[in-house]
Design a protein around this ligand. Sequence first.
Ligand SMILES: [Zn+2]
Ligand SMILES: [Zn+2]
Length: 273
Amino acid sequence: MDLFSCLSPFVFCSFASGSSGNCYFVGVDNEGLLIDAGISATHIKKGLQQIGVPVSGIKAILLTHDHVDHVRGLEVFAKSNGISIYAHEECVDALLHGPYPIHLPSSCFHVLEMLEPIELSGIAIEPFPVSHDGHGTVGYHLSYQGASLTIATDVGELDPVVEHFLELGQSIVIESNYDDEMLWKGNYPYPLKKRIASSKGHLSNLEASRFVMKHYENGYKNVMFCHLSENNNTPEVAMQCFYRQLRLNRLKPSPDVAVFPLPRHKCTGLIHL
Ligand SMILES: [Zn+2]
Ligand SMILES: [Zn+2]
């Protein structure tokens, strides 16, 4: 058996992650789904090209919520390529009838029910509710042939539902938005600081790393820190927080668990799940 035949065909790629835009690919054999379309259609196409997936291989776009950093390229990319969009009803409603309505026919949208699994491109998908100040914010648990991935971006707090799905994923994408000190000592207006740190805002490095500690020895395959703030975090600070938590919990870094932050703008390449 050669090395490549051991790799799972279920793959993940991040094209962008953070407050300036979010877009992930999840798929099998040159075909699959986009999670969010928060970057320009051109940037999405460039990302797909980099991983050798044709635009025609995108069977659907799943949205986590309606904030602009998750839907910026949605209209152009979905319209020009005739791609269906799946999202929670409140998210669809906000996109079609909110203050900045998207110019797509409502027939492009498919409504997802919380905790009701669907299947697209052979991938089982379960949306779950996430506490955040977007409309109909969800996370996704995705699985294919025994491999699984949980995506929880824009998470105000780790409530029992989010924790359950993050425990379930063999690989996880978990928000690690800000460093407490950088946020509170930084120059954001106080109400914005409060919003970010609230239970409807974002998850801190400390909250994300502490959660990972609780399950680290159960054997995650990939732990990917996502949605890092440009002003209140850096990849190095997020990883320092993680290593500090490992030390505090007397845990050793495991060679079997890949832990890394997702870059803000760069494509990660394909990650086998
Ligand atoms: Zn966001
Ligand atoms: Zn958001």
